[in-house]
Design a protein around this ligand. Sequence first.
Ligand code: DAH
Length: 344
Amino acid sequence: MPLADFLSQLAELETAAREAFAAAADTHALEAARVEFLGAKGGRLKAAQKGLGTIPPADKPAAGQRFNAVKTQIDADFAAAKERLASAATTGQAADFDPTTPGTPLVLGHLHPITQTIEELKDIMGRLGFSATEGPEIEDEWHNFEALNIPASHPARDPLENFYLATAESVAGAGGTPGAPLLLRSQTSTVQIRVMENTRPPVRIVSLGRVYRPDTADATHYPMFHQIEGLLIDRRVTMADLKSVLRLFATSYLGRDVHIRFRPSFFPFTEPSVEVDMQWGEHWIEFGGAGMVDPNVLSAVGYNPDEVSGFAFGLGVERLCARRHHVTDIREFYKNDVRFLHQF
Ligand code: DAH
C-alpha cells in the first residue's frame, strides 16, 4: 500500500476514535468504543497495523512513526473520556449533597430514673449526716426476720409471701448460720441489723437497694422494687426527731409544698410504729413505714435498750420518684420503653 493511502487511513481512524470516545455518555458506551478501536483482537488499530507490512521499504520508517503517534493519541483520548465519566459520577453526588441539612442526632444514654432517684436521695440524706451503706440481696432468716423481732409464727414469714431460694443454703463464712435457708430480702431493714451487729452506737445510716416480694404488679406494686432504709441510734432520740428528719427529707426531694402525715401502725421492729403518707393532689399515698426501734431489736444486736434509742424508716423509692415526676403507674419504670426513659 502506498504511504499516502496508509497515512490517510490513519488520519481517518484517529478522528473516528476521538469522536467515538467523546460521544460515549456512560461507561458501557465507552467500553464498546474501546473494544472497537483498541481491542486486542479485531480492533481497528490492530487492523491498521497490518497495513504497515505492505508499505514500500523506503517509506516504512515514516509510516511506523506516524502509526505510533496515532496509537498514542487514541490511547490518550480513551483515558480522557474515562476520566470525564468518573468525575461526572462524583460531581453528580456532590450536587445532591446539602451541607445545611441537619444531621442524625446521636442518641445518648443516661442513668435510669430509679438510679437517678437513688443517687439524689443518698445525697439528701448525706447532707443530714446519714452515710450510705449496702447489704446483700440474698439474705438469711436471721437478718430478714428473726433479729427484726419477726418470730417464726409471723405471717410475714409465710413461704408464699417471700422468694425463698429452692436450693441455696448459707455457707460458713457468709455471715449467716451454715445450712440455714436463704431468701431474696423482702425489706432493706436487714441492713439495720447488719450495721448494728458491726458497729457501736451512735449510728446514722441509710441503705438503698432492691427488695423482692411475690406481689402482683399493678400501678403501685412490683415484685422487685427499691427501698430507702434509714436508721439513727443515739442517746435520747425521740419521735419528734423522726418526724422532722422525714419532713426535711420529703420536702427536699418533692418540694416545700408537699405535706406528709403519720398514721399509727404496727411493725414488729418498731414501737411505736407509723405509716408515712405523702400528699398527692386530693389524695394521700403511703410511701413507707417508720417508728422507734423496738428494744427487742436493740437487744438482738447487743445494744443496751436502757442506754440508747433510735428511729428507723423504710420508704419506697419507686413511689417517691413517681410522685415527683407525676408518673401514675410504677410499671412504666420497668418496661424499658426508651420513649418513657428519655424523659428523665
Ligand atoms: N420494712 C418495712 C416494709 O418493708 C418498712 C419499715 C417500716 C422500715 C418501719 C422501717 C421501719 O425501718 O421502722 O414494709
